[in-house]
Write a protein that binds this ligand. Structure first.
Ligand SMILES: *Cc1c(COP(=O)(O)O)cnc(C)c1O
Length: 394
């Protein structure tokens, strides 16, 4: 085990070692996080709609815990398929106006399991270079060939599609909103290419489900291309404020996945109380309250992004609540993050291998729980730190 210490030393020397830090919720105060004895403005959560602390969701979970107990006790194909999952799947299908939906314990399992159920040896997956790690791992597990195209570059994708014209099955897969960059995929273009080359198209709406669309259906619905996408995936762990994931599409797709997705077959179902919480969250997401939260969140995100850009920072493109501030080197990113903490703001430094070398960043993610005053104050402090650290000209 000596090698392990040596490798860890190397990571530490490059300012790349990671460690777990104790955080606590500030109950009833969404948008904040407690670290030690300090309450920090939380600009690093994915609780986009501020639902993680919502009393109606917590109560639904508590009630279900008291009636259903703690665990599902078995995988869904054995005796774990509790009625809460079926109710949730029916609600999902009607929310998305699609054939069928399937609930998973989390997004990582959904992506890794679904991709390896769709393709195998002799097939090719065309995947954006900046796709989430769970997609990359799903491709590796599938044993299909991994054709990575340059980020959002449709010429590069088309070149690869052309090169692999004769592959057995072809799958194009993309995040809709990229988790570390906050920009969006050109879905309409992807639809055109998947048609032209006879490929399947799968989208991951982890950061857009709940955030876009009149009832929070996601980016594909907001763009009007939802029926042209073959496989939709999204999570309940971000805008829904709970935990878990969903896949939806045709009835045939869901029948196939029920038979073939290994993390569904060989892993215990999520606790039924979690599904009950998600059902309560889904009601809020679809309601006028949800719509109001989305509107405020997107308006605040665009103000926050333009304030930082106008101050001279290099920030990501797009209109999503993910606003990366790219500083470049790892040490500066870590210093920036710790200066923010001193100023009362939790915002973590994201370093390689999560992002490409030389693009270490602070990834701000906003929530509808934040007020305009809190965000304006945070932006001022961020600019001050930027000048102090020489990221901005003084
Ligand atoms: C967070 C995330 C996942 C994983 O979802 P979990 O439910 O947290 O496991 C998958 N894809 C993307 C794009 C994500 O950002």
């Amino acid at each position: 085990m000596k090698w392990m210490e040596q490798e860890l030393e190397k990571l530490a020397g490059q300012a790349l070692e990671r460690s777990l830090r104790d955080c606590a919720a500030v109950y009833g105060r969404a948008g904040y996080v407690l670290r030690g004895d300090r309450t920090l403005l939380n600009l690093s959560s994915n609780d986009y709609l501020g639902l993680a602390q919502h009393p109606a969701i917590a109560e639904a979970m508590r009630d279900a815990l008291l009636s259903e107990g703690a665990g599902a006790g078995a995988s869904r194909l054995v005796t774990g398929s509790r009625s809460a999952f079926h109710r949730l799947e029916e609600s999902l299908a009607s929310w998305q106006q699609c054939g069928s939906a399937l609930v998973f314990a989390n997004g990582y399992m959904a992506n890794s399991g679904v991709i390896s159920a769709l393709v195998g040896r002799g097939d090719v997956v065309f995947s954006d270079r900046l796709n989430h790690a769970s997609i990359v791992d799903g491709i590796t597990l599938s044993r299909a060939e991994h054709a990575r195209y340059r980020h959002n570059n449709m010429n590069d994708l088309e070149r690869l599609l052309d090169k692999h014209r004769d592959a057995r099955r072809k799958l194009i897969v993309t995040d809709t909103i990229f988790s570390m960059d906050g920009d969006s995929a050109p879905i309409a273009e992807l639809v055109r290419l998947k048609r032209e080359y006879g490929a399947m198209l799968m989208v991951d709406e982890a950061h857009s489900g709940g955030v876009y669309g009149e009832q929070g259906e996601g980016l594909c619905r907001a763009l009007g291309v939802q029926d042209d996408v073959d496989v939709h995936m999204g999570t309940f762990s971000k805008a829904f404020g709970v935990y878990g994931a969903y896949v939806y599409g045709s009835e045939t797709l869901i029948r196939w996945l029920t038979n073939k997705v290994r993390p569904l077959i060989y892993s215990t179902a999520m606790p039924p109380a979690v599904a009950a919480g998600v059902l309560a969250a889904l009601e809020i997401v679809q309601s006028a309250d949800g719509e109001n939260r989305r509107r405020r969140l997107l308006a605040a995100s665009s103000r926050f992004r333009s304030t930082l850009a106008e101050a001279g920072f290099r920030v990501g493109e797009g209109d999503s609540p993910i606003v990366p501030l790219i500083v470049g080197d790892n040490v500066t990113a870590l210093r920036f993050s710790s200066a923010l903490e001193t100023e009362g703001i939790a915002a973590v430094a994201i370093r390689p291998p999560t992002v490409p070398a030389g693009t270490a960043r602070i990834r701000f993610s906003l929530s509808a729980a934040h007020t305009d005053e809190e965000l304006a104050d945070a932006a001022l402090r961020i600019c001050g730190i930027g000048q102090e650290l020489g990221v901005l000209p003084r």
